[in-house]
Design a protein around this ligand. Sequence first.
Ligand code: UDP
Length: 235
Amino acid sequence: MKYKRILLKLSGEALMGERQYGIDPKRLAEYATEIKQIHDLGIEIAIVIGGGNIFRGVAGASNGMDRVQGDYMGMLATIINGMALQGALEAAGMKTRLQTALKIEAIAEPYIKRRATRHLEKGRIVIFGAGTGNPYFTTDTAAVLRGIEVGADVIMKGTRVDGIYDSDPEKNPNAIKFDYISFEDVLSKGLNVMDTTAFTLSQENKLPILVFDMNTEGNLLKVCKGENIGTVVNI
Ligand code: UDP
């Protein structure tokens, strides 16, 4: 296996599956199957999940809501998704822990780095909820931050596109995909991989980002084996 410990970032929207809102149990079960394949091979897995399928602070603010209030609602949404994912992973036979950056003691452990790494060493999947615990951040930033903290080898950003292109492949049929691109080239070409805060944090800490299509069966296993199906951003 190319990677020993990974930080998998899943967007909230991905959990909608075919739906317009909320959580699709079928998609959750599919993700659990994908994750189990790599878990069975001994890869240590930490997961950060977004909340965009339920609530985004920016969307609330554009409708007149206080941004900070909205962001906390968004963070709570990520906990809901984390609980759903936890249920699906456990139903598929994996041991998990949910740790949250905002304390909700009845349902999750508070985020403690040492505890999280211990869980990973024991083969438990650790899901990090509530993002960074701070408004004005994103779950991409949370993914990079937690990835650095727990010593992940890579941030795997599972998306619905199969990598990074020189232009939007959903709009331009001639868009060219990169197998590898440097952090600097992403910036100089103005490509959109993660928000600036997340991207800079990753670059400064030399933590590679691997963008791949998480919705195709077997892809997570392939990227863990080092197969060249997504795009790697590295120094
Ligand atoms: N959020 C936040 N701080 C964080 C992470 C998330 O305030 O550290 C809020 C923010 O409002 C964001 C929402 O939670 O819009 C959901 O997260 P995100 O948009 O990153 O989810 P995704 O796009 O991955 O589904």
